[in-house]
Design a protein around this ligand. Structure first.
Ligand SMILES: Nc1ncnc2c1ncn2[C@@H]1O[C@H](COP(=O)(O)OP(=O)(O)OP(=O)(O)O)[C@@H](O)[C@H]1O
Length: 527
């Protein structure tokens, strides 16, 4: 026992531990940084980037680490590059880590809900912002446990460096044993040192898991008192412009959104087959159509989330997804065009950013797209939450809200960007019937404020009550359009048949929700 404690505190072995830690930390950091780049490249749309990176990962993962180490140590001098044993071991370990970290990170990124990424794209988040604000914080929840395992494996793999003469813990233990043959105390002491180091890694992993856990974030939110409606609004920040009341005569309003001869296809199959549609500023247009008729495709095309094969889409006279020549815009320009167009979109499956609170979701466009200062973005987010009657829910994470509340946060998020146009892609179809009413009521309140809206819905009763114009899409073409009265007197057999099969749903379990339109009234809406 005495010998064991002697070796456990022996400076010669402790120095070996430091070398182990240095090798592990540096190669893991290098592996993570390069691995992030490789992970993104291995899923790139550019084949000339994707395939070489995948081949690199395949080769590195498929060959023994010891072989890589010996190869590097012996090949570099032949190329005239002379590195110390430590540096070449570090390089070999790092190269190996890049491949494993790339796969771990790729798996983590793949675990993030695609709808959230589409929402970030639609709102005009740059690729970097989407990655660092939306994707990686959520991917980390999947990455950390696997990375913890990888770090422990790497800690043990550092002992391989001894074969090229790095005087780390294992080599030092062997050196002592070869001199005094005290196998047991020396090897048990060195094994204990490895266990202590891996225990520290396990604690680190546990800490990080907790740091990024939603339950922990929810707990932190729960201990904070709920804000009073309007509380926290910085006095010096001017209130948001509330949209003007609706134009009395829509006929005189200019066109805000124009679809001109739009065709869209997926993998050669045409889904939208020549749509011409003009929506005036202040108009509320409901898109109706059977499932698969192309409503979502058409809505997404406004934000260039789907690309027309022919025709053009103009928002306030400007195309979003293409240059004047009709060529698709490069991604950076597209991001700027989306941000400049000020279009808010509300998604069928909410697509709220799952790791962000209601307020953080609501302030995401002002903060990350419009680049307002944090307090001003928070002000806009709070005002938007007040408008949808959720002022008291600012600290809640999406999973702590009902479906109807989540969708209202989705509406607040779209509103906070001060949009000139709101798109709703079947906003209530993912909701339980009893939650539909509160969302419909929110949309109805907004419709009365004069904001331009294009919404797709299956809810005929709601469409009739909210829209100035109904557009019926059938097989990718506009089969009929007109005022809400066309729903009572359809002119085409297609719309008549659709209406026969789709009874009005408005009112099913709809609660009496008095939603505020003005900020002052909204305080108690959800209390
Ligand atoms: N990413 C995609 N890849 C291939 N086909 C797609 C894709 N998205 C949609 N489609 C196809 O395009 C057609 C129109 O789909 P879309 O989602 O626009 O219809 P929709 O009217 O919104 O339907 P729903 O009311 O069910 O949401 C469907 O046949 C669908 O299968």
């Amino acid at each position: 026992m005495e010998a064991f404690f002697h070796y456990l505190t022996l400076p010669f072995l402790l120095e070996g531990c430091l070398i182990v830690v240095a090798l592990m930390v540096l190669s893991l950091l290098g592996g993570l940084v390069v691995g992030l780049g490789l992970a993104l490249a291995s899923d790139s749309k550019r084949w000339w980037l994707r395939y070489p990176v995948r081949a690199y990962i395949y080769i590195i993962r498929g060959t023994p680490q010891l072989l890589q180490l010996i190869l590097l140590f012996n090949v570099l001098p032949q190329a005239g590059i002379y590195l110390s044993a430590f540096t070449s071991a570090l390089l070999a370990l790092t190269i190996n880590e890049t491949a494993f970290c790339a796969e771990i990170i790729r798996g983590g990124i793949g675990s993030v809900d695609r709808d959230q990424r589409m929402a970030a794209e639609a709102f005009g988040f740059s690729r970097g912002t989407e990655l660092f604000v939306i994707v990686l914080p959520q991917a980390l929840r999947a990455i950390i446990p696997t990375l913890g395992n990888e770090a422990v494996g790497l800690l043990k793999s550092t002992s391989l460096a001894s074969v090229v003469g790095v005087n780390e813990l294992t080599l030092r233990s062997q050196t002592i044993v070869s001199q005094n043959f005290e196998f047991l105390p020396v090897l048990v002491a060195s094994g204990t040192m490895y266990i202590v180091m891996s225990t520290v890694l396990a604690w680190g992993q546990q800490y990080m898991e907790q740091r990024f856990s939603l339950a922990e974030k929810a707990r932190r939110g729960a201990v904070r008192p709920l804000p009073k409606a309007g509380a926290g609004l910085p006095a010096e920040t001017p209130p948001l412009d509330v949209p003007a009341p609706r134009a009395a005569d829509l006929q005189t309003a200019g066109t805000l959104l124009a679809f001109e001869g739009i065709h869209i296809g997926y993998r050669g199959v045409e889904v939208i087959k020549g749509v011409d549609l003009r929506i005036r500023a202040g108009e509320v247009v409901a898109l109706l159509g059977r499932s698969g008729s192309g409503k979502s495709t058409l809505l997404k095309s406004v934000l260039a989330l789907t690309t027309p094969t022919a025709g053009r889409i103009l928002v306030a006279g400007k195309p979003i997804g293409s240059a004047g020549t009709g060529r698709p815009l490069p991604y950076r320009k597209l991001v700027q065009a989306r941000a400049a167009a000020r279009i808010g979109m509300v998604f069928q499956n909410f697509a709220l950013f799952g790791h962000l609170t209601a307020l953080e979701n609501a302030m995401s466009i002002p903060r990350w797209v419009q680049r307002l200062a944090s307090n001003e973005a928070a002000h806009r987010g709070r005002v938007a939450l007040i408008k949808v009657g959720l002022a008291g829910f600012a600290d809640r994470l999406p999973h702590e809200l009902s479906g109807g509340q989540q969708q209202r946060v989705g509406i607040a998020r779209a509103l906070a960007g001060d949009p000139q146009l709101l798109l709703f892609d079947e906003p209530t179809s993912a909701l339980d019937p009893e939650l539909v009413g509160e969302v419909n009521q929110t949309i109805r309140s907004l419709a009365h404020t004069g904001i331009t809206m294009l919404l797709s819905t299956h809810d005929i009763g709601f469409a009739a009550s909210v829209a100035d114009r109904i557009v019926f899409l059938d097989g990718g073409r506009i089969a009929e359009e007109g005022g809400p009265d066309i729903l009572a007197r359809p002119a085409t057999p297609a719309l008549a048949s659709f209406l026969r099969h789709m009874p009005a749903e408005e009112g099913r379990g709809e609660p009496e929700v008095a939603l505020p339109v003005s900020i002052g009234q909204s305080a108690g809406a959800e209390r």
